[in-house]
Design a binder for this molecule. Structure first.
Ligand code: 5AD
Ligand code: SF4
Length: 453
């Protein structure tokens, strides 16, 4: 994603943000960055050059939560050297453990919970006046996703449409750290998208913990209708959304893949487990059969739809037969990609009261089997694209080779290709010549008409 450029390039005050976790956190980081750039700060690549360090944290599993604490500790020496350095901890761990963070890390000037991201400017001003340490961790039910400060020059951008989650999957801490679900006004969302479209953004990704349950608080517009409106905004050539919950994937949303050409041929649809028994214990509210029916329905309207997913292994009570069922669903769907995790007990959740019956060694064994299978499937799905011409949104140059242009296909595959620097920011026809494990290689065909793809 392209970075913001500072409106005050001469201001020496550096801002360094370290982001852990999901796209919601990335969005919140971008939002804090946007606000502070408007205040005259300037993004820097290294913490050593910063006047403000923000650590935006994730607590969805135990590992990333632990990472937060070691990350905060890393800045002790810097703070000793520069006592005026401002250190802020934001995000889900901040929401969950504000008091603990302040007590354990005296170097922290403020803990900013998930509902206070939009107040970052004021919080920094308070710290500057010497009012630290600050804790902003109360929750409110109203939607606190304020419009973004002006974002310019993004080729692809997230737009948040819902905050929080009401689903209470039994393993998940999100409803406790991000609060109840609420939807943003459709008018505000459309205005955000219009501004992005006018500024050259080609691809919009609508973001929420469960986007399918979006409902405009004023006019009652639902998610499929919102998609239609967003797709109509001038400049928007590609539309994506994440994350959807299978239980709320309606027939009308399936139909949107038939009627909205800008909707990219990709869906991220977390499976979590292929065993209906485990799904019930997870409080997911769908069975293995219902999940498969949804996939079939989607593929009946978009035969080339790429599907990615999230899977947890070793949920309390998961037997080897349950695990086999997950592998069965993987074989049946052949996901284009999967994020897979060992179950990790989280405070406050219903599952934390269950006995963790699968030991760590067995969880690791299952995870390895699953990941090996997924690797095969990912490569197979990637190979299907070889010798075809795909429309790629060029977003930059490859990190490994600055002469190679990189971007994503409508199927959300990373495509590295030989092209021109001027291609960046545009939709480019690319002939795919090789499939790798996690990307495709190709060459731009500049005289090819995208309309004929
Ligand atoms: N343990 C393991 N994985 C989890 N996830 C959420 N909570 C847990 C947990 N307690 C995974 C789910 C979710 C993804 C974002 O993280 O698969 O979809
Ligand atoms: Fe967590 Fe379930 Fe909500 Fe996703 S839908 S954020 S897994 S509670």
């Amino acid at each position: 994603m392209t970075r913001f450029s500072s409106p005050h390039p001469d201001t020496p005050s550096g801002l360094f943000i370290r982001t852990f976790g999901c796209q919601m956190n990335e969005y919140d980081s971008e939002r804090m960055e946007g606000i502070l750039l408007t205040d005259g700060y300037e993004s820097v690549e290294s913490a050593e050059d910063a006047k403000i360090i923000i650590i935006n944290t994730c607590s969805v599993r135990e590992k990333p939560e632990e990472k937060t604490y070691s990350e905060i500790g890393r800045y002790r020496d810097l703070k000793e050297k520069h006592p005026d350095l401002i250190i802020i901890v934001a995000g889900c761990v901040a929401q969950q453990n504000a008091a603990v963070i302040i007590e354990r890390f005296p170097i922290v000037d403020a803990v900013v919970g998930t509902h206070h991201v939009g107040e970052i400017s004021n919080i920094v001003a308070q710290i500057r006046k010497g009012h630290g340490p600050i804790i902003a961790d109360d929750f409110s039910d109203e939607c606190r996703i304020d419009p973004f400060p002006r974002r310019r020059g993004l080729i692809s951008a997230f737009v948040t449409i819902t905050q929080g989650c009401n689903n209470f999957c039994s393993y998940c801490i999100v409803p406790f750290v991000r609060g109840r679900e609420s939807s943003r006004n459709a008018g505000e969302i459309i205005r955000d998208v219009e501004e992005l479209g006018a500024g050259g953004t080609v691809e919009i990704t609508l973001l929420g913990q469960n986007v399918n349950s979006y409902r405009d608080p004023k006019r009652g517009m639902d998610f499929p209708e919102l998609l239609e409106h967003v797709a109509d905004v001038p400049g928007v050539r590609r539309l994506r959304f994440t994350t959807s919950h299978p239980k709320d994937l309606s027939d009308r949303l399936v139909d949107a893949y038939r009627t909205i050409p800008a909707l990219c041929s990709h869906i991220h649809l977390p499976l979590q487990s292929g065993s209906s028994r485990v799904l019930a214990a997870m409080n997911r509210k769908y069975s293995k059969e219902e999940y498969l029916e949804k996939i079939d329905a989607l593929r009946s309207v978009r035969s080339d739809l790429a599907v990615t997913t999230d899977i947890i292994v070793g949920f309390p009570g998961e037997t080897s037969t349950d695990f086999e069922e997950t592998l069965y669903v993987m074989e049946r769907v052949r996901f284009d990609g999967a994020y897979s995790f060992k179950y990790s007990s989280r405070p406050l959740t219903k599952a934390s009261t269950l006995k963790d019956t699968v030991d760590d060694e067995e969880k690791s064994r299952r995870l390895t089997i699953l990941q090996e299978l997924q690797k095969e499937h990912t490569l197979c799905t990637n190979r299907l694209h070889v010798n075809t011409i795909k429309e790629v949104l060029a977003t930059g140059t490859s990190r490994r080779d600055p002469d190679v242009i990189t971007g994503r296909s409508v199927h959300n595959k990373v495509v590295n290709f030989t092209g021109r620097y001027e291609d960046i920011g545009s939709l480019i026809p690319v002939k795919i010549i090789e499939a790798r494990n996690n990307s495709l290689l190709g060459e731009a065909i500049h005289n090819y008409s995208i309309r004929s793809m």
